[in-house]
Write a protein that binds this ligand. Sequence first.
Ligand SMILES: Cc1ncc(COP(=O)(O)O)c(C=O)c1O
Length: 440
Amino acid sequence: MGDGSTGGFTTRQVHAGTRAPAASPRALPIHLTAGFTFDSFDDAASHFGSGDGFGYTRTGNPTVTAVEDKLASLEGGAQALLLASGQAAVAVALLGLVSAGQHVVSSTHIYEGTRGLLLDNLSRFGVTVDFVDDIGDPAAWRAAIRPTTRVLFAESIANARNDVLDIAAVAAVGEEHGIPLIIDNTFATPYLLRPIAHGAAVVVHSASKFLAGQGAVLGGVIVDSGRFDGGRDGALFPQLTEPPRGGGPSLWERHGGSARIAYLRESIAPRFGPTPSPLNAFFIGQGIETLSLRVQRQSENALALARWLEAHPAIASVDYAGLASHPTYDTARRYLQDGYGSVFAFTLRDGLPAARTVVESVQVFTHMTHLGDVRSLVLHPASTSHSHRTEDERLALGVHPGTLRVSIGIEDVADLRADLSRALDAVTAAPRTVEHERVA
Ligand SMILES: Cc1ncc(COP(=O)(O)O)c(C=O)c1O
């Protein structure tokens, strides 16, 4: 059909004008296409044989690749894999490492979706999990490891108590057994903390949060250190070191230290299928271009507000790692040298009714379940994100009836303080009540 300008009306409406003229766009081009044409018969065979080049967006897309390269660079990893959501990133990272009959050791202080994945979903495939409560104690991690353990999992800054993990100490425990540490670095972002430099093997993110930054799209990413050692740890991960089903060299032989992420890219992600849209990849790439500026500003705003809240008479406690009163303040100072992040929790003296009043009184803060947005956000964890936990579990996690979680945005801090001040005045003005203290 040549350039597509010949043929009948219907043929031309499909084929004419589909070749964009060559140009050098400054912004990342959005390759919004299900697949890519092959230049030749041999080109197609070679793509299916080696996986090189682009054939179908589920197995690779240039817009997605560009964003992956950006994230691998920022996290100081060897390679990255972009996925449709943060939840997909966590699931794919775990599916690449654990098989039926094997075991995960995880921090208790993790995102509820990850906890549910381990307890309700992976359990159905014969994967068991043990949770470590005292995540600051390497001995507690060591004690939870079994011969079948294949992953240690934790968050760099944990929701809701804001505990900062001593990544090097936990990674070292994993190293003793050849077990990789996966760090969910969503709350810290690579601007504030790069877990791979501290010994983590794999980093995951909900890119829907700070990386995208605008709250417009979902995405997730896995970044691998590239330090897999098949010679030393291959027996634990035969999927990486044994020949594939059809014979030929193993992933370890083909990709060396990057065998782990090659397995996710070639086998787990395309088969389970949580492919990111190239359009969403573009938005995430755009967001990352301003990451440091946003996170710096958000961290400054958060620290100012946390200090102000801590001194406010209506507030019982503030869980922010940037405050000297926080149990992991010393760890935070070691790991977070450019700011302490934007998400923290505070607890109102007057409990649930006061929390309700604040949520219903704020005007600049947005009431929603999200974080890492340019806008400031507020949520009542006990009745929302943590409502499926028992009351005792919630208390252990620092989630009280009067606890609110905030994600501080880039707005002028004076406006945020005035908004909270107005809401706290409404608490003081309301008649004091302790009824409905228990959250269902
Ligand atoms: C720490 C953390 N990890 C993972 C996720 C899941 O990410 P997503 O919502 O992009 O699937 C979230 C979502 O809130 C999160 O907070």
